[in-house]
Design a protein. Sequence first.
Length: 237
Amino acid sequence: MMLPATRIVDPAGITVAVCHRDPLIRLGITAVLRDDIRFRLHHDGRPALDPPALFNAAGSTQVTVCDYDTGMALLRHTWGRSTPPRVMVVTPRDREADVQQALSQGILGYVLVGCRLDEVTDGLMALSRGQRFLTSSAAQRIADRFSYQALTNRETEVLHFVVAGWSNKMIANRLGVSEGTIKTHVKAILEKLGVRRRTEAANIATRRGLVTTEHMASHAVMGAAPHHGSEALQFAA
């Protein structure tokens, strides 16, 4: 009778806690690591997403794998510690702003959903050595940041209105400046983003995360009643 194969676990393997909110991603990563002798899965008998369990897991493992929001929460919770957890996020969030924000908060590994399985394991190996790891598509988002000229604060403000679909005249009325001034800002925005049309600028701004949903929502409210009060003076060019 043939006996089932026994997995030999390397006692010196890298201990990994998988705390991803998406059950399919969590199970998939767990299955991959369970079959790889280089890794040991952390188990403490408590729900993977229970906060005390998550923080306890991060403190007793070499690498923690989680979704974007969980990873950011974990870094905020452990901010200031002499030895912060080594966190890898597996996420569909591929905007430049998302990647940059995660790295600035201490995320060491950024893996996009849909990557190759060996990128996950390669990333875990890199993080175990204290190195950063980004999948090629995530790294490209950071590289894109250096291929564009930075927008000024005023140009960023105008860009939000452009993405919201406002005309130059509407923006000018809202900010209390001339329509010619807005045309100059829009021209500069298009040149810096390397496009010819406002719609293209809007697409790039959304993809790169240059505009926020909160700011867009505020512009939608403001659009109902443009005015020229003290706020207009505050934004004057």
